[in-house]
Design a binder for this molecule. Sequence first.
Ligand SMILES: [Zn+2]
Length: 61
Amino acid sequence: MLDTHKTNPTCPSCHKAANVRKHGKARSGLPRYFCNHCQKAFQNQYIYIAYQRQSADIPTR
Ligand SMILES: [Zn+2]
């Protein structure tokens, strides 16, 4: 079962949230995430930017 109601961050590399897991916190205090698909760790800051660009591309109804 997938928890689709959970707001997982999107991976900046593959742009998928399904493989993203929490990966502790960075020194700056930002939550870190790890994508099992890309085997990469990233911070929430990147996701925020990616989300901004994504919502700009998709018009809100
Ligand atoms: Zn990924």
